[in-house]
Design a protein around this ligand. Structure first.
Ligand code: CA2
Length: 153
């Protein structure tokens, strides 16, 4: 049976592609979902793709990924990255490898974005690659968990 990767998106990421294209590009969240599904397929991962503007819903999705013994959690927690101890604790509590993703380079932005509560409980963090970072995170998860399949030329 194919292992599932949870791709979790935090607040305001439903607005992707509609505003702030200089910071976040022009791809919509639906485009990101498609990219994740295509990349996941290459590694024989099922993809469970979620977005929520509510902290508790993200915590619930992390618990679900734990209960389902997911292959991994790819998380862009949005602004909760910088504020949420609850999301950090949930990620630390589940025995699932976590990869943190940010579309923008958070270190080249305001200082309040430089700290991540998630980075210390993640296997790896990626930022600044635009939405391609999601595909790189899935490739990286596959490499870390030994389920890597190369892209067809
Ligand atoms: O760069 C990222 O992916 C962020 O996680 C995005 C968050 C921000 O708070 C983090 O510091 C970095 C914000 C997501 C908001 O997304 C929007 C997309 C389009 C228009 C407005 C907001």
């Amino acid at each position: 049976m194919a292992k599932t990767v949870y791709v979790l998106n935090g607040p305001n990421l439903n607005l992707l592609g509609t505003r702030e294209p200089k910071t976040y590009g022009r791809a919509t969240l639906a485009d990101v979902e498609k990219l994740c599904r295509e990349t996941g397929k290459r590694h024989k991962f099922e993809v469970e793709f979620r977005q929520s503007n509510h902290e508790g819903e993200i915590v619930d999705a992390i618990h679900e990924a734990g209960a389902e013994q997911a292959a991994g959690i790819i998380i862009n927690a949005g602004a909760y990255t910088h504020t949420s101890v609850a999301i950090r604790d949930a990620l630390a509590a589940v025995e699932v490898p976590v990869i943190e993703v940010h579309i923008s380079n958070i270190f080249a932005r305001e200082s309040f974005r430089h700290h991540s509560h998630i980075a210390p409980v993640a296997k790896a963090s990626l930022c600044g690659f635009g939405v391609t970072g999601y595909a790189l995170a899935i490739d990286g998860l596959a490499a870390l968990t030994g389920t890597r399949h190369k892209a067809k030329p």
